[in-house]
Design a protein around this ligand. Sequence first.
Ligand SMILES: CCCCCCCCCCCCCC(=O)SCCNC(=O)CCNC(=O)[C@H](O)C(C)(C)COP(=O)(O)OP(=O)(O)OC[C@H]1O[C@@H](n2cnc3c(N)ncnc32)[C@H](O)[C@@H]1OP(=O)(O)O
Length: 200
Amino acid sequence: MSGALAADDRGGIVVDDLAYEALVGATRNFLDALAVAVPDGPTADRLTADLAGWAGVLGGLAAEERDRLFGRRAGIASYGQAMTPAYRVLERDDAGLRGVARFGRYFHGGKGAAHGGAVPLLFDELFGRVINGEGRPPARTAYLHVDFRAVVRLDRDLGLRVWREREEGRKQYVRGEIRDGDVVCAEAEALFVALRPGQP
Ligand SMILES: CCCCCCCCCCCCCC(=O)SCCNC(=O)CCNC(=O)[C@H](O)C(C)(C)COP(=O)(O)OP(=O)(O)OC[C@H]1O[C@@H](n2cnc3c(N)ncnc32)[C@H](O)[C@@H]1OP(=O)(O)O
């Protein structure tokens, strides 16, 4: 990858978890605001220039995949990424996890409900976190099935549950659900296949 440095090449100065969580949270707030704003021309031009400036700054700080922070900080909300709806893991063990999620306005589909693609995205993320637990070989999603039982409303705390169902050699089956109070909004089931050595 061109321009990428190992973190060590910068003298080991890396933002701490709390500050990085705040940065990702601010990014989410920005995306939510962008999704509902109707800017005038000068505001859009100013924002475009500001964003281009920040893309340049961050581009100069690009790191190799193993050294990146985005989506790789287990101790902070959403593992420190803004690609999926926000979530926080409350309990976790090898069998699965429980947590809370919140779909911001950035994930709006229509009529106040979350986009249908954002729901499987969140499941894949959570399943990937559970399946790729410590000490296990990396595994990729082979299939992901989602049943949409009720609309997922925005800006509400939703309950999450993900659990390993069974394992057959390299094949690992996992299930999950998203609830709004007592209402099951979505249920999902997936197969993950553990990668063989050298498999991309
Ligand atoms: C890499 C992860 C890094 C860690 C990240 C940290 C967390 C990140 C969080 C986010 C992470 C998010 C995670 C992501 O998003 S991962 C990204 C999305 N997934 C992919 O890109 C995967 C693309 N596909 C592949 O690479 C291969 O097809 C895989 C690896 C899945 C299997 O190809 P491989 O050549 O290795 O194996 P095989 O073909 O011999 O099959 C083996 C067995 O599996 C059975 N089978 C296969 N497919 C299906 C199917 N569709 N339905 C039913 N069964 C299926 C098959 O019949 C056989 O069974 P059996 O005959 O043995 O009984």
